[in-house]
Ligand binder design. Structure first.
Ligand code: BEZ
Ligand code: FE
Length: 292
């Protein structure tokens, strides 16, 4: 009978991580060791299964690039990204009470979107149904925040992001808008449609093997920030979009679901003439004060 005892093994690994000079790293690695050992024991993991798991992680690394972050996608479909978002929110719950809820950033954020004039179109030349977005950015008491920044990104009318369309993409359906002196914003884009998460890599294989839906409901992304306030990374979801109740990455929050009001062709509120039906959306973002 071997003297190899599973709980001694786990204890030894935990002890080995006990010398990390960073206390936080020690806590993270010891807990990770404890939980992966418990996972292997719970499912009675076989060598073949673990080799398959390692091959999956290897493929996840191999397909990853700056514009194709497959590990973020894996974290998203495991619900881990939303868990971390939710933990951050709970940790700051006192300070962010009343603030707009956060959701996943996802893999398609691209820093450096162009500044677009207030009222401008961030999706010029992009397919999709024109939509006029308006609203305000305020603090949690409703005080308008002038000069607040909305860093926006959206898929097109077919649900594709610029970074998915070519290996050397140029930016489209992205823009930075600043609120006016009354904390108001306005811009044109398109009505986002539902779309599948990238499924031509190992995460797609996992979704198919487990018969999971790969779709996300229609949404537009934004990071909203203002001096002296806690920034929020969030979406606006299209009410009644397919997949609203089976988001592949668990990102939907009821407070972020908004009505896209349909209008016949004609002149919009800002004087723009539309030859096709168009939509309007109105949503107020609320930011919590940052700690002093
Ligand atoms: C997105 O909304 O862009 C997204 C989020 C998570 C996974 C894939 C896409
Ligand atoms: Fe998205």
């Amino acid at each position: 009978m071997s003297d190899y005892n599973q709980s001694v093994l786990t204890d030894e690994v935990i002890k080995a991580f006990g010398n990390a000079p960073s206390e936080r790293l020690q806590v993270l690695m010891q807990a990770l060791a404890k939980h992966v050992h418990a996972f292997a024991q719970e499912v009675d993991l076989t060598p073949e299964e673990w080799m398959q798991g390692l091959q999956f992680l290897t493929k996840t690394g191999q397909i990853s690039t700056e514009r194709r972050p497959e590990f973020i996608l894996l974290s998203d479909v495991m619900g881990l990204s939303m868990m971390v978002v939710s933990l951050a929110q709970a940790r700051n719950s006192k300070s962010v009470e009343g603030a707009t809820e956060a959701t996943v950033e996802g893999p398609f954020y691209w820093p450096g979107a162009p500044e677009v004039a207030l009222g401008g179109d961030i999706a010029e030349g992009v397919s999709g149904e024109p939509t006029y977005y308006t609203g305000s950015v305020t603090d949690v008491a409703g005080k308008p925040l002038a000069g607040a920044l909305l860093d926006l990104w959206s898929g097109d009318g077919e649900g594709s992001y610029d970074v998915q369309l070519s290996p050397d993409p140029s930016m489209r359906a992205r823009g930075k808008i600043r609120t006016d002196e009354n904390g108001r914003y306005r811009f044109w884009s398109i009505r986002p449609t539902y779309y599948p998460i990238p499924d031509d890599g190992p995460v797609g294989d996992l979704m198919r093997a487990t018969r999971r839906s790969i779709n996300r409901p229609g949404h537009i992304h934004m990071m909203v920030s203002a001096e002296g306030h806690v920034p929020v990374t969030t979406h606006l979801f299209v009410a009644n979009s397919p997949y609203l109740h089976e988001d592949a990455v668990f990102g939907k929050r009821d407070s972020l679901v908004v009505e896209f009001k349909e209008h016949p062709p004609g002149v919009a509120a800002d004087g723009r003439e539309l030859k096709t039906p168009y939509y309007t959306v109105d949503y107020d973002f609320r930011l919590a004060k940052a700690a002093e």
